[in-house]
Write a protein that binds this ligand. Structure first.
Ligand code: ZN
Length: 76
């Protein structure tokens, strides 16, 4: 008997896998925002990429985030 084969074929016909898009669009590309502090202005900037203070031109210091420092809220 070919019941097994028929069931297999009917399952193939009934269930079609959705076509996978050829190119996935990464629209949700997160740009990490980093904190920068200017030692001269004592100001903190939030920017994606920053080399120097926009106000005085001093080189800003990148402030690592808590995640980068490896600090967790649970640790005391
Ligand atoms: Zn500055």
């Amino acid at each position: 008997m070919s019941l097994g084969l028929r069931g297999y074929l009917s399952r193939l016909g009934g269930r079609t896998d959705p076509e996978t898009p050829s190119s996935r669009q990464d629209t949700e590309h997160e740009t990490p925002t980093v904190l920068y502090s200017c030692p001269a202005c004592k100001r903190t900037y939030i920017s994606e990429e920053m080399d120097s203070c926009s106000k005085c031109g001093m080189s800003v210091t990148r402030i690592p985030s808590e995640h980068e420092l490896g600090l967790s809220a649970g640790r005391s």
